[in-house]
Each structure stands twice: as C-alpha cells, then as structure tokens.
Design a protein around this ligand. Structure first.
Ligand code: UDP
Length: 238
C-alpha cells in the first residue's frame, strides 16, 4: 500500500524522553525506543522533522510561579529543548539515521541555527531534522513551534505523540465512561476547550489547514502505523 505522506512533522513532548515513572530527566531507554520507531518510518522513505518539547527539564510557566520572571524561565525551557534535541539526535544516529539539529536559539557549537531553506535541504537529503529551541520566543510552546515549523516546511501532517491513544471526552484515567473521538474539527477543540494543544497552536493549524493526528507513541509500532495511513488515535482537521 502506498504511503500517504511524503513529509511529516513529529511532535514529541519532553516527557516522552524522560523517566517513564516521573517524566523527568532524560531516560536513555525511552529515547532509544523513540529512535527505533523513527528509524522504521525513515526506512519507508518518509521525510521526518521532529520538534521536541522540554517539559522533562523545565516548563517556564511552572518555574516562574516559584518566583522568577516568566520570560527568563521560558528561555530556560527553550534551552531544555536543545538538550533533548541533542539526546535524540545521538540516539537516532546510533539507530543508523543521519540527523541535523537546528535550533531557533543560536548555540553554534552544538547545533545549526534554524534556516528554513537549510532545513528543507536536509529533509530532501533524507536527514532527520530535529528542531530545537521552540519558536525562539518566550510565551510560546513547542506545540506552537510544531504547528509553525510543519507549516513552513510544508509537512503534510502534524503527528502529536502522547501517552494516550487520542483525545477523549473526559480524562480516561478518571472517568471510565470517557470516549475517544475519532475525528474532531479545529473549532471543536477550541470551543470545547479540549486539552490537546494550546489555542495558538490549534489556531495556526486551522489557518493553514494542517491536519493533526494525536496518537499513543508508547505503543511501539504506532508511529509507523499512523504514517502508513492506519486510523489510529484522533484526527483533527477542518
Ligand atoms: N518555550 C518557549 N517558547 C517556545 C517553546 C517553548 O518559551 O516557543 C519554553 C516554555 O517555557 C515551555 C518550555 O520551553 O514551557 C518547554 O516547552 P513545552 O512546555 O512546550 O514542552 P513539552 O510540554 O512539549 O515537553
């Protein structure tokens, strides 16, 4: 069966790279599990850009509540995403892939600055492009960075990896009657305040008609199944 996508953007939360019990720090086995899944998809000939979050290290909003300034805390959060990007790059290279880490915050000794055309050239050469540093601006999230980069790099879908298999009517851990949505519109997500991605990210996807698939990446093989076009998780579109 033909693969429906030529180029995808995978959004990984920082938590996915962290200790499975706490979501904190960087857990080598979690990173390698992700790398194996990405390698399978790259093996299909699909171009992959990855935006990594930083919640396993620091979230600006939470940190600033302890008494610091928000903007400074957000820059700390963005630097956390660079650390994650480097860890991911290392694991992907060990899985036999070629990668480039591009960052929205300049740290020239460890990663290339994000330049759209360069990112496109890397993708066309079959390199996995890891996009770190979020949008490079405080008061944003890496979900918004994912929507932004997916749009400017002409990715056909934003694959949002989570720990549950889609978007539910209620928290499935607390409410046994919670039902999974197979499909939602961007407007449903916004008007019902569903906690999939923040409003800025969803709005950007809506304005650019970028479909989003929310799926459980903890189950090995799921990333490949989504990329092969299987109906997994929840699809968000207009
Ligand atoms: N962040 C930011 N601007 C961005 C992206 C991220 O300021 O464009 C900061 C923000 O403090 C955020 C942290 O980096 O809390 C980590 O990103 P995020 O919370 O999106 O990570 P995730 O929840 O996906 O692990």
């Amino acid at each position: 069966m033909a693969i429906p996508f030529q180029r995808v953007l995978l959004k990984l939360s920082g938590e996915a790279l962290g200790d499975p019990a706490t979501g904190h720090g960087i857990h080598p086995e979690a990173v390698h599990t992700i790398a194996r899944q990405v390698a399978r998809v790259a093996g299909l000939g699909v171009e992959i850009a990855i935006v990594c979050g930083g919640g396993n290290i620091l979230r600006g909003a939470e940190f600033s509540e302890l008494g610091g300034g928000r903007a400074g805390a957000d820059y700390m959060g963005m630097l956390g995403t660079v650390i994650n990007g480097l860890a991911l790059s290392d694991a992907l290279e060990q899985s036999g892939l070629r990668t480039r880490v591009l960052t929205a915050l300049e740290i020239r000794q460890v990663a290339e600055p994000f330049v759209r055309r360069r990112a496109l050239a890397h993708l066309e050469k079959g390199r996995v492009v890891i996009l770190a540093g979020g949008t490079g601006n405080p008061f944003f999230t890496t979900d918004t960075a994912a929507a932004l980069r997916a749009t400017e790099l002409a990715c056909e879908v934003l694959l949002k990896a989570t720990k549950v298999d889609g978007v539910y009517t209620a928290d499935p851990k607390r409410d046994p009657r919670a039902q999974r949505y197979e499909e939602l519109s961007y407007m449903d997500v916004l008007s019902q305040g569903l906690r999939v991605m923040d409003g800025t990210a969803i709005t950007l996807c809506m304005e650019n008609r970028l479909p989003v698939v929310v799926f459980n990446m903890l189950e090995e093989g799921n990333l490949e199944r989504v990329v092969r076009g299987e109906r997994l998780g929840t699809k968000i579109r207009s």
